[in-house]
Design a protein around this ligand. Structure first.
Ligand code: AP5
Ligand code: MG
Ligand code: ZN
Length: 214
């Protein structure tokens, strides 16, 4: 099964994508996580991506597309994957579409996790992330067992650089201008499924599982 997660920054794409990946035993691929891992390791790609990410802007398609296409060509993606944070622009979606079509393949579902802007800023300020394994927590809604420490791997949790309020507002702007048009794009392909992302995490997941079997 090939699934795309759509939704504003902080809508819960990553949270839900990890649960989908566990349930359907497919890899969870987040372009944001790939960039953050590169930043942490000080690679050239990381340095370049950071310039944009720190300003709440999208990383240029030229940098993003190749990374994603290389990743989905790997052996573990044979039975599908869940993409979190890609595509984020119409040109990215078109490239992915074309690459899949060449193999007689297509995306099965694009799940839009719908959360209004008002809820987003609050969520972001409470988010803590593990830069080692990619796990995410929320100080209020989904706290780790031990304060400031990742349940999964024991590393310290950090506030993402781009989760400061003024940057979150810029990311929302980029979302509305560049990413939201993908909702119509996938609707026309008849693969769009929308879920209410304001519900508690498990309820959101249950509604995703329900729409994936339709
Ligand atoms: P990326 O890492 O993809 O960030 P994003 O889209 O801005 O989304 P987030 O990861 O912030 O939110 P999320 O929807 O995953 O929410 P989460 O589950 O964490 O991208 C970062 C940057 O990288 C971009 O700005 C861009 O510069 C660059 N980039 C990445 N991909 C790119 C691409 N394809 N092209 C160009 N540039 C690209 O949840 C948020 C919080 O809410 C958490 O604390 C969570 O615990 C909590 N939460 C989750 N669900 C619920 C719930 N139901 N109720 C209450 N709290 C909840
Ligand atoms: Mg995420
Ligand atoms: Zn961890």
């Amino acid at each position: 099964m090939k699934i795309i997660m759509l939704g504003a920054p902080g809508a819960g794409k990553g949270t839900q994508a990890k649960k989908i990946a566990d349930q359907y035993e497919i890899p969870h691929i987040s372009t944001g996580d790939i960039f953050r891992a590169n930043i942490k390791n000080g690679t050239e790609l990381g340095m370049e991506a950071k310039k944009y990410m720190d300003q709440g802007l999208l990383v240029p398609d030229e940098l993003t597309v190749k990374i994603l296409l290389d990743r989905v060509a790997k052996e573990d993606c044979r039975n599908g994957y869940v993409l979190d944070g890609f595509p984020r622009t119409i040109p990215q979606a078109e490239v992915l579409d074309k690459a899949l079509k060449e193999r007689g393949d297509a995306i099965d579902y694009a799940v839009d996790v719908d959360v209004p802007d008002e809820n987003i800023v609050k969520r972001m300020s409470g988010r803590r992330a593990c830069l080692s394994c990619g796990a995410t927590y929320h100080m209020e809604y989904i706290p780790p067992k031990k304060d400031g420490v990742c349940d999964r791997c024991g590393n310290v949790l950090t506030l993402r650089d781009d989760d400061k309020e003024e940057i979150v507002l810029k990311r929302l702007k980029a979302y509305h201008e560049q990413t939201q048009p993908l909702i119509q794009f996938y609707k026309e392909k008849d693969v769009l499924r929308t879920v209410d992302g304001t519900k508690p995490m498990q309820e959101v997941f249950d509604s995703i599982v329900a729409v994936l079997s339709r």
